[in-house]
Every structure is written in C-alpha cells, then in structure tokens.
Design a binder for this molecule. Structure first.
Ligand code: NI
Length: 172
C-alpha cells in the first residue's frame, strides 16, 4: 500500500469523467488499497480514484465514527438506482477542496448498485451520512465538485483562494 498525492482544485484532471472498470482484478484491488491508505492518512471519509489522478469509476469510503475501528467500503462502477425526493443537508468538505466547507442539499436516501472489492455485485440502501457521502463521491466520477452547487460568486471566491494557496505553498 502507498499514500498517493491528492489533487486539489483547480486541476483539470478533477473535471474529467472517469471510465468504467471492466473487471475487478489485482490491479484494481491494489489501487483500492492505495486509495484507502491515502484517504486515512488525510483523515477523509471518502475518496474517488480521480482524486489521485486515476480516471476509473472506483470509490473508497469509511464513515465509521468509533475511533480505532475501521470499516472500509469499496464501490466499483456505482450506479444510483433510486433517489428519495426528500432532501437532506450536510456541511460538506472535500480532500480536493482543502479547508472549504459548505451546506449542500442532496437526496436523503439512495439505492446504489456496485461491485465490491472482490468484484461481486451488491446493492446498498443508503441514508444519512452514507447517502450523502456516496453521492458526493459519485459526483467526482462525473468531474463534479461540491462547490459546483454553490453560487457562481461563492465558487469563484473559493477557487481564487485555492489558486493563491497553491502559488504560496511549496509541498516538499
Ligand atoms: Ni470530495
């Protein structure tokens, strides 16, 4: 396993649409291991492959709240089958949009079909934080960031801030 560099906005790669995975093999499992380690080391609760520059439809997640207890989840080729018309609001952040947070409305429940770590077809009925997190991560697969739901003004302010931060930061 290895910790990879997480891309941050603005970066054109983050805007790319990720490609479906043909088969969950060793290479994909290695990628999921690396993604999980990268996510844990950045203390995030979700990460899409494109955030480390790999345009594959793969997501890792761990929303367990208990300290020291790991509950990794893996989603390959996730597809939303059903969305609840009722919305839920969460304050969202993103490892690719460092230190920025905003309240975002999303369907409060969703059903998602996907392949697991071993390539087995699964269906999850998600609500609460899990539903929000899956939808946030699935947006990454379409090149969408949570700041895209904000007003143009708010979004451009955030991107300006992040660009400035990049200029002044030497990552050594
Ligand atoms: Ni994100």
């Amino acid at each position: 396993m290895a910790v990879k560099t997480i891309l941050t906005e603005p970066n054109q790669l983050l805007r790319q649409v990720s490609k479906p995975v043909n088969k969950v093999g060793k290479e994909e499992q290695q990628l999921m291991d690396d993604m999980l380690e990268t996510m844990y080391s950045a203390t995030g609760i979700g990460l899409a492959a494109i955030q480390i520059g790999i345009p594959k439809r793969i997501i890792v997640m761990d929303i367990s709240k208990e300290e020291g207890k790991k509950e990794p989840r893996y989603f390959v080729n996730p597809v939303i089958k059903n969305k609840d018309p009722l919305k839920a609001t969460y304050e969202e952040g993103c490892l690719s949009v460092p230190d920025q947070f905003a309240e975002i409305d999303r369907p409060s429940k969703c059903e998602v079909e996907y392949l697991d770590y071993h390539g087995n077809k699964k269906l999850v009925k998600a609500d609460g934080l899990l539903a929000t997190c899956i939808q946030h991560e699935m947006d990454h697969l379409e090149g969408i960031l949570f700041i895209d739901y904000l007003s143009k003004l708010k979004r451009s302010m955030i991107i300006k801030k992040l660009s400035k931060l990049k200029l002044n930061t030497a990552v050594l």
